[in-house]
Write a protein that binds this ligand. Sequence first.
Ligand SMILES: Cc1ncc(COP(=O)(O)O)c(C=O)c1O
Length: 357
Amino acid sequence: MHKKLFIPGPTEVREEVLKAQSKWMIGHRTKEFGELYHNCVTKTKEILNTANHVMWFTASGTATMEGAIRNIVDGKVLHCISGAFADRWFKISKACGKDAASIEVEWGKAVKPEMVEAELSKGSYMALAITQNETSTGVRLPIEEIARMVRSRFPDVFILVDAVSGLMGDWFEIDELGLDVVVASSQKAIALPPGLAVAVVSERALEKCRTVPARGYYLDYDAMMKRYDKDHQTPTTPAISLFYALEVELDHILAETMKSRYERHLELAKFTRDWAKRYFELFPEPGYESVTLTTVKNTRGISVKDLNTALAEKGMQISNGYGKKLKEKTFRIAHMGDLTLADMKEVTSAIEEILKL
Ligand SMILES: Cc1ncc(COP(=O)(O)O)c(C=O)c1O
């Protein structure tokens, strides 16, 4: 039975997108695949209003988080930790043998520009890693303010952004903010099945990577761009079926327009937050709530497992809290991708009915 997904990834995938994956296979060393990949790159740039390089990897978002570190970091990197996924990125840097430091705030709170400024002022940092939309806490970091501060006070510092659960749902100007690397996964607001991940890379970041030794093989930006410039292909075998699906969804986003898509996400977020405040409390610090998911404080001590069992009978699923600190204390309702206000009304009414609210 089809369960409509209100979890923060994988998200609900439209039938047209699912069907696109069943097309006949083509060789990846063909003009046909080059055209498909090139279309995906061009359309992604148009949607994101960016002139930066776009690289689609056959991988999940974690790989592109690691890729950003391996390609760019050859000195000290500062991680802003406000939840489980930012913590993962910090661990990735360490696992790659990098000189990584962190500032950490209480989970549910946002890292503020002043905190980043104070730490970067200590000097010697060459990169900053920020999680734009922390999917565990449901906090949206003030990426615009942080980036503007970094660009004016520390112009040489590379800004690396994990926008895994924000990109193509939430909105921020990549080029205007001078973001050097922005990464995301296909199974979140892009509303595709899992398996693809994107890196949007500035020219100076691409140039930088060419000077970083031992940056690995699979996620090497230079190799990706060399192959793309040659014949619009990828260095290794791509998930061709997913690229078929990606082009269909990118066309859908272009038709909707990114502006309307963002406004729809804002509307769904507002509806879900208002609903959550009526019966529970919001977990994130006020003013920093995510646009693509709502993390709700479980003030009624409900069993999310039991709730999901009952929701499954109605063909829906929400998500429990994420990470040791939040698993029991919160639950999450995603409103990303192609979900509509009618979908949010459906799931919240079902919850009301099941919990007898
Ligand atoms: C903010 C954030 N970063 C990174 C990841 C990891 O992405 P993936 O599961 O595609 O590797 C997730 C996944 O939920 C996420 O929400």
